[in-house]
Write a protein that binds this ligand. Structure first.
Ligand code: ATP
Ligand code: MG
Length: 341
């Protein structure tokens, strides 16, 4: 738990000062709220990623001493002031990280170390949050660069990912949110997976209109499948091997989770609910009559076929353990959950 002095003050955004401040100035403002943060002029910055909601930076010190307490690096995520539901997104990410960190960080699960950043401070005036650093590069990028041997090693993390998520869903009626292969990091050397960037970018993803017996697992798994299918289409022509692996990895994660569910009728209900949610994601793709509209309608048809194939295979094979070298499947049995947060 953070002490009261470590927690950030939350205020409403001031769009004028946000627009004139550089990302580093904003991030520094957030770091300054950490009790014990010192010597800000010696901080150097690195961009960790730029996404739809904003930018994530890491701070370290040029003299090699810790940035805060014994942490040599701290990550600061900055949200765009014009992104929809930004206050909701910051609060949601902070709270979901807090829960995930307490539940999973430092555990050894299905042969892999699991890490989750510890959120340190949240600031609604500069629209950002500070958190500890975790190891690894995103699975999507790793698979793009990997040779065949390391790709198999990376993909063997599926059991750990599925079991980590299972524990989270079982104990929280709360979606992970942006569950996709760019938000799962992997470090082969230390055999670690790290879970980052949780929280729902927009509330529509809760899909209130879909059945919710398997909420929140059905929502997160449907997005994972949808995102991998859409992403793999984008790279299919240039990199068919990686495109196939992206889908295989999500299929293994899905299979691994689904095979822990009993009885069979519950497994089938879960898969039906996931299917409904993937269809809602696909239906969201725009259908204008221009080039982008044509592209979207092709993605819609092809992603839909790919997802149907994955769900069919998992449905047919979920009574049996996965047959891949070196790993088993989780043996836990969970029941359907109902309810939503
Ligand atoms: N605590 C952290 N430790 C180490 N790396 C991190 C941490 N947080 C984020 N990263 C890295 O930065 C990248 C971008 O961060 P994040 O996923 O939070 O934002 P994003 O995806 O760029 O934004 P959006 O939420 O808009 O999609 C991640 O994919 C990961 O590689
Ligand atoms: Mg991300």
């Amino acid at each position: 738990m953070l002490s009261a002095t470590e927690q950030a003050v939350t205020r409403s955004p001031d769009n004028r000062s946000l627009a004139s401040a550089s990302p580093q100035e904003r991030a520094l403002g957030i770091l300054r709220q950490l009790h014990g943060f010192r010597d800000c002029e010696l901080v150097q910055w690195r961009v960790l990623g730029t996404g739809g909601q904003g930018q994530t930076l890491s701070a370290s010190r040029t003299d090699g001493t810790p940035v805060w307490k014994d942490h040599h690096q701290i990550a600061v995520k900055l949200f765009d002031s014009d992104s929809p539901e930004v206050d909701f997104a910051i609060g949601r990410q902070f709270e979901t990280l807090r829960i995930l960190h307490a539940m999973l960080d430092g555990r050894f699960i299905e042969g892999w170390n699991v890490r989750v950043p510890r959120p340190l401070s949240q600031c609604n005036s500069t629209l950002g949050l500070a958190m500890t650093i975790v190891p690894g590069d995103c699975l999507h990028g790793q698979l793009l660069r990997a040779d065949r041997r390391s790709a198999e090693h990376i993909m063997s993390s599926y059991g750990s990912i599925a079991e980590s998520l299972r524990r989270y869903w079982e104990n929280n009626q709360r979606m992970y949110g942006d569950l996709q292969l760019e938000n799962i990091l992997c470090d082969l050397e230390s055999q670690t997976i790290s879970l980052v960037d949780p929280g729902i970018p927009c509330t529509i993803w809760k899909w209130e209109e879909a059945p919710n017996e398997w909420y929140p697992a059905s929502r997160d798994l449907s997005y994972l499948l949808f995102d991998a299918a859409a992403r793999s289409l984008k790279i299919f022509l240039t990199n068919p091997g990686t495109a196939r692996r992206l889908n295989q990895l999500t299929e293994r994660i899905l299979h691994s989770f689904v095979s822990t569910v009993n009885p069979r009728s519950a497994r089938l209900a879960l898969l039906d609910e996931i299917r409904t949610c993937t269809q809602l994601h696909i239906a969201q793709l725009t259908s204008q009559r221009d080039v982008r509209g044509l592209w979207c309608s092709w993605v819609r048809r092809t992603a839909s076929r790919s997802i149907e194939g994955t769900l069919r295979r998992v449905r047919e094979q979920s009574d049996q353990p996965l047959e891949f070298p070196d790993h088993g499947v989780a043996n836990g049995v969970i029941q359907s959950q109902g309810g939503r947060t």
